[in-house]
Design a protein around this ligand. Structure first.
Ligand SMILES: Cc1cc2nc3c(=O)[nH]c(=O)nc-3n(C[C@H](O)[C@H](O)[C@H](O)COP(=O)(O)O)c2cc1C
Length: 358
């Protein structure tokens, strides 16, 4: 691999820690010179049921660009991004200009880039303080509003929604290949997948799941006759949903429509997540009810399962009610948050050699 000029090597080394759905890292980098690079982004909508219209990837692209800008600030460089015209929405290209700016201070979120990680296990239920919530609202800026779902009753409703939604997630034939391909079994860390130890399951359940998930026939049999989804749903959805300080939703003031809108939302999401890390808080996104709901809201067929629309419609109505009838189209991110131990097991990232094109 040819040497990467300073300071782009250091900037990309940090930027690659941006989060992406299932750790797909839907980007590759092309370095032009010491102040210019191109981010070749892509989405996974062609094979991932959760990447509806590429929006999940686009939020990740935004998180990447924000992380890149924060990393560049350490070198007194202001990052400007231009989406190159003529590329399909599935493969947006971003031209990055790193402009020396003597007035630019290193971003205060800089040290938290490699520390930020998803925590899928229980957190403490100690409520967030008013100043923590204010810092998180400030992190997303005035174009976004953070709604909080706190207290035992609201956490229970969200936890139950996640628990019921997980039945769908775990029995949906279209989700099976995604889960099969993105979990790295017997692993605490994974370069380009989610290690099984980061899923939030206990050792016995994990062992059983590993065996069951080896084929769709096993999954279908276990789900049908043994209630195979019950224990994973309790461990991955119900208990974590109850054991957290709060659930939250980030709403955009205007419904996002374009690729650029979702990328902008992703930038805000990453500032929110890094600020949570700065405050010593753990976070887990809870995106699937929102995604499944949108399939139904837009009357789009996404599964061969019979009666699926009715099941998802009911979940969608519950989500709407929980959000106090806020337009769900404006909700760009949902998750749970709280203080607690950081995850002992986590996704790593592809090496520079794999991410940087020759
Ligand atoms: C747009 C987006 C959606 C995500 N959705 C979920 C989710 O629904 N559930 C979950 O547990 N993690 C979710 N994640 C977290 C990713 O799986 C995680 O960021 C990735 O595996 C990398 O791990 P790290 O964040 O610990 O570095 C999401 C991340 C992004 C950026």
């Amino acid at each position: 691999m040819r040497p990467i000029p300073h300071p782009i090597a250091e900037i990309l080394e940090l930027a690659r820690w941006a989060p992406s759905g299932d750790n797909t890292q839907p980007w590759r980098f092309e370095v032009i010179d010491e102040h210019h690079l191109v981010v070749h982004a892509f989405d996974t909508r062609d094979h991932c049921v959760y990447d509806l219209d590429g929006h999940s990837s686009q939020i990740a692209h935004g998180a990447l660009l924000e992380t890149l800008a924060i990393a560049a600030s350490a070198h007194g460089l202001r990052a400007e991004f231009k989406r190159s015209p003529g590329f399909p929405d599935t493969h947006p290209d971003y031209f990055v200009d790193l402009i020396p700016d003597s007035r630019l201070m290193p971003d205060r979120l800089l040290p938290y880039i490699p520390q930020r990680s998803v925590q899928r296990r229980s957190m403490r239920t100690t409520p967030l303080t008013a100043s923590q919530k204010q810092a998180l609202q400030d992190a997303v800026g005035i174009l976004y509003t953070v709604r909080w779902f706190e207290g035992g009753a609201q956490r229970w409703r969200l936890a139950k929604l996640m628990f019921d939604n997980a039945k769908l997630r775990l029995t949906l034939p279209e989700a099976y290949p995604v889960h099969r391909d993105i979990i790295e079994w017997n692993a605490h860390f994974s370069e380009d997948k989610v290690p099984d130890r980061a899923l939030g399951l206990d050792a016995m359940t994990l062992k059983l799941m590993r065996w069951v998930m080896a084929s769709w026939q096993r999954v279908a049999f276990f789900n049908r006759y043994m209630g195979g989804h019950l224990t994973p749903r309790i461990e991955m959805d119900l208990l974590p949903g109850l054991f957290c300080a709060a659930h939250f939703a980030i709403l955009s003031k205007k419904s996002p429509e374009t690729v650029d809108d979702y990328v902008a939302a992703g930038r805000a999401v990453q500032r929110f997540w890094l600020t949570a890390t700065r405050l010593g808080l753990q976070l887990q996104p809870e995106m699937t009810p929102l995604i499944f709901g949108r399939y139904v809201r837009e009357h789009r067929v996404f599964s061969r399962l019979p009666d699926i629309e009715e099941t998802v419609s009911l979940l969608n109505e519950r989500l709407l009610k929980l959000m106090h009838n806020e337009p769900l189209g404006q909700v760009v991110f949902v998750g749970r948050i709280g203080s607690g131990r950081k995850a002992a097991s986590r996704s790593l990232r592809l090496s520079g050699e794999k991410l940087i094109l020759e």
